[in-house]
Design a protein around this ligand. Sequence first.
Ligand SMILES: *[C@@H]1O[C@H](CO)[C@@H](O)[C@H](O)[C@H]1NC(C)=O
Ligand SMILES: *[C@@H]1O[C@H](CO)[C@@H](O)[C@H](O)[C@H]1NC(C)=O
Ligand SMILES: *[C@@H]1O[C@H](CO)[C@@H](O)[C@H](O)[C@H]1NC(C)=O
Ligand SMILES: *[C@@H]1O[C@H](CO)[C@@H](O)[C@H](O)[C@H]1NC(C)=O
Ligand SMILES: *[C@@H]1O[C@H](CO)[C@@H](O)[C@H](O)[C@H]1NC(C)=O
Ligand SMILES: *[C@@H]1O[C@H](CO)[C@@H](O)[C@H](O)[C@H]1NC(C)=O
Length: 707
Amino acid sequence: LSIGLSAQVIYGLGEHLGPFAKPLNQWKRFVLWNRDAEPNPDRNLYGSHNFLLAVGGGGRAFGIFLLNSNAQESHRDLPNYRGILDFFVFVGPTPKDVIQQYHELLGPPMMPPLWSLGYHLCRFGFGTLDRLKFIYERNVKINIPIDVMWSDADYMDGFKDWTVGAEKYSGFDTFIKQVYSQHRSVVVIVDPGIKNNSTGYLAYDLGLKMDIWMRTADNKSYIVGAVWPGDVLWPDFTHPNATLYWQRSSNEFLLKYPVDGLWIDMNEPSSFYQGSDTGCPNGNPLDFPPYVPHIIGYNILYQGTVCPSARQYLGSHYDLHNLYSYFEAKATWQVLRTRPDGQKDNRQRQFVLSRSTFPGIQRFAFHWTGDNNADWYNLRYSLSTILSFNLYGIVNTGTDVCGFNSATTEELCIRWTQLGAFYPFMRNHNSLGLPDQDPAAFSPIAQQIMRYHISLRYAFLPYMYTEFYRATANGSTVARSLMEEFPNDEETWLIDNQFMFGPALMICPVTVEGAVDRQVYFPPSARWFDVHAQYFAEVTPKGLQTVPAPLENIPLYIRGGHVIPMQDPGNDTYHQKLLQPFLLIVAPDADGLASGSLFWDRNGVDDLSLGNYQLMEFSASKGSLSSRLVHQFPIGVQMQLFGLQVLGVATKPANVIVNEWQEEAVYVQQRLALRQQPGGGGPQESAKGQLELTDISARVFKSASWQ
Ligand SMILES: *[C@@H]1O[C@H](CO)[C@@H](O)[C@H](O)[C@H]1NC(C)=O
Ligand SMILES: *[C@@H]1O[C@H](CO)[C@@H](O)[C@H](O)[C@H]1NC(C)=O
Ligand SMILES: *[C@@H]1O[C@H](CO)[C@@H](O)[C@H](O)[C@H]1NC(C)=O
Ligand SMILES: *[C@@H]1O[C@H](CO)[C@@H](O)[C@H](O)[C@H]1NC(C)=O
Ligand SMILES: *[C@@H]1O[C@H](CO)[C@@H](O)[C@H](O)[C@H]1NC(C)=O
Ligand SMILES: *[C@@H]1O[C@H](CO)[C@@H](O)[C@H](O)[C@H]1NC(C)=O
């Protein structure tokens, strides 16, 4: 089916690496077939999302979603669809409306636990628990804020799921409990392939007994793949007993090793065999269909995966391949929801991270963009992928900060950490055999810059968390393009090297080696305030401008019209939440108006549905700011305001009143800033591991006015 689109630019049709916008004037093929492949342009990658957002004159928009789990191919100039045609059309009329309509169809994304918005540290190849501990502790020692320590497959015994290597990782349970007692978290990897090892390996024995493996086309035997542990069998997660199987095989492990989250990898599914240990014999037409989309790997569907003819409970792998991770994520989410009650608070919101994706998986899992390379191209286009996944509803997405494959450089890792600080999900991760790239591995100057930017992320956490709430409650992106916020402004349509976090924060990363300035487009319809300038000076003139971008800072702007809740950054989200009251930044628009909100809760698994949260709205106009409690936490939480900064106030206020207390005026008149050294050198301040926000002791959220 070919269709003509009355649009000028389209977005979506992923997962692919490359520009965010896809102009309609060039012929190109887009292929969707979940595949374990390092992100490179024009390849089919780990996920399949046949959703497009089309934008035309005046910013009018519509969307098209083809719900189809087969291998697919779309062609432009004209979108051209093949296969079972099951369409959903979203009529907009704005890009935001289209996104909301699509997300409503898919179901809301899972609200992330607050701790998972902190900084995550990982690598493949710690090799031993001692090394993992050493890396964790050396970053704690230099005051890098950190919430989550990860283990890639090193921790396992012979790469077998739900096992721990007896020698190299002995004491892993004690370490997990130690990290937990510091109110930080541990996440570990599991892969779907279960090693065929019958010598008392529970996950294998149980799978045989419960008969949940994927079978060969003739139903005579199980289909055998190969992954890290060697030969494996694949749980068929569409089988009605598969979730029970996954729970029963993991129970003992989770009791002894009370990890906070699970990371599901290799779930395209990826196999080191082509099809199976014996290939895909017998010429089954599902393995050799008459037309194969232009996938990588010699156009053979079963390259690096399971034979499409393999039998699953719900049908053939041919139809279910792109859904493998969806069903695995759902079962894994269920495992965490019903985990055995050990030392862990099992009422916490779940954390599952998946490499492979399909529409709807956001109800059970978050996403990272796979095995990227440590190069400037991958840094640059990580942004397009994250913006695209936000369109797909998988808003909590990140890219391996500093790069996964090949050795990073100090400059690249600094620039990547600056951008990563504003990814929805921020994890530093690299591969086996590569030099360390945790912050402590670099020079003191690099450490300072990284510490400053990670702290900046923590300072903005209340704002970010609130944006995640909006996405969950209402259907929206978190990381979003300028096009989405300024659809009438055609200049924004192709921009994918600067972006917005929510409606109020504009981030302009440096993605060119050696650059110390960059061009930034300031949409003229808004006011912009420069976070790194003294007193957040307003940006003039607007439009396309060259701005300084020394290695120490990522260009970062606050948009007028918004109130941004912030906190003094802590060394982790727990202590920050516990100890630190809030700061509000009020950035008025041209009419002096601003609004914003703050969502706060306890990470509880059912907090949203039970109403266990606090939601406040702020609005500023004519020299006054007031707050309104929209939803009150039933048990009552004390939330203190300790700072208020109003941007763009031209003259010193004569009079400031906070609630009834005139005496607060003297403090409010001291303009607050994220304190910086002259010359905008933020990092110097962060040598203490903190960004400091001046205390004005306003004590309660209610109202303030200045005249
Ligand atoms: C698993 O391995 C055993 C022993 O090597 C072998 O006999 C058996 O056929 C294998 N099972 C499958 C399903 O491949
Ligand atoms: C099965 O696992 C056990 C325990 O880890 C190991 O000793 C044994 O060598 C494995 N057997 C095979 C055939 O890989
Ligand atoms: C496939 O084989 C299994 C095990 O022999 C059997 O229980 C099942 O009924 C078979 N399924 C079909 C559709 O024949
Ligand atoms: C699931 O397990 C139950 C209990 O063991 C069994 O009776 C049932 O047949 C299984 N379902 C399938 C589809 O195998
Ligand atoms: C939800 O979306 C609607 C329509 O876009 C918007 O008017 C409303 O303000 C949103 N509510 C929240 C809480 O974001
Ligand atoms: C983090 O900071 C808090 C409060 O200052 C402190 O009690 C805690 O020990 C720190 N955590 C680590 C791991 O250093």
